[in-house]
Design a protein around this ligand. Sequence first.
Ligand SMILES: [Zn+2]
Length: 450
Amino acid sequence: MNQVASSSQLDDLCAILRFPSISTDSRHNADTLACGQWLVNKFNAMGLQAELRPTDGHPVVIAKNNYQTGRTTVLIYGHYDVQPADPLELWHSQPFEPRIEGDKLYARGATDNKGQLMCHVLAAEQLLAGGADLGINLCFLIEGEEEIGSPNLGAFIDRYRDELSCDVILVSDTGMVAAGQPTLSYGLRGIACGELLVKGPASDLHSGVYGGIVMNPARALSQLLAGMHDAGNHIRIDGFYEHVRPLENWERESWAKIACCDNAELQQQVGCSELVCEQDYSAAECLWARPTAEINGIGGGYQGEGSKTVIASQAMAKLSFRLVPDQQPADILDKVEKHFKKYAPQGVSIEFVRGHDGQPYLADINSKYAQEVKQALQEEFGREAVLIREGGSIPIITTFQQKLGVDSLLIGLALPDCRIHAPNENFSLTNFYKGIALSANILTKFAKLH
Ligand SMILES: [Zn+2]
């Protein structure tokens, strides 16, 4: 399918980009609301039944066609809120006045998420033209709080669970590994956070008067932290890998061919002298399919100018663990706590305080829906889609899986240089038009499934 550049589609994208729908800033509440209302009007004009549904924060836009039994039910998720545009002085044009230069459209929200979201909206509009029947049950769920952590989306889904029940969820809020390379993401890492406290003497001590007879908590902490990895960069916490699902052969083979994930490229990105991967795993495998144990912060003792001869009574470290299927955050934190208590040197006590967590996610890449999406990606971009997982976590995806029991297929249209959350955010117009054609293609394929 070849999509001819249509100015009315571009006009719609520019129109939604003009709303400064910054969810975190209450001075923009009216703009955020107006943006949601714009979408409702757009959906209604297309022939869907749309409304703004209130939450304790910004409202959710729901738009549906008339459901018929026996059809595939597709839920498309997106968000109409955006990050603040600051620092404004670094933008080359006004963040809320879209500017086109070459193939790029510059505006806050251009890629994250209005540009990607509008691909699906405009695809539905195209398919509905002239009162045509979509052949599927279609529901758009567009929230206004993604950039502030979707605090009300879980309760919203609980409330409308029956109405939101569906066969598959489509989300375009991730990236392509390179321009022109269609990319389908089917996995996300989970996370488990905690804080390790090591307590020694009742108060800080003079390191001359008492040095040599007490276990220094900072030393005990260092010992414990150093013991988390072995020389091959494996994690040494007992049972840590117990539930890790091994990489499949096709994953190892296909990821090895993704050029932008090779070690030299990544090394340049991060600016380190050398990459340090887990032994026997490539960088892509370490990023997408292997768990981590990271020290995010470390503290204890004197941090000021010069020296201070002290044995501090406490030391602490902030830790996070990126998890992969089928690790469970609570189980991992149990194992971590047990490990530190077991290996704590004599003379100190250990406290482990648990922080936030999130489940890892893996979609069934062999499902009929995933197969159709792969096929559509190949048809629209003219080359086979790469199937990847993401190193980060997208909490709403696991929320959908837990509450609706349905997989989300992540069809990213963001390019590596799209600068989301940063000044001069931009969206590729090629991807905009290809994204519209892609979404229309996918929905048409889904209509034939039943
Ligand atoms: Zn974002």
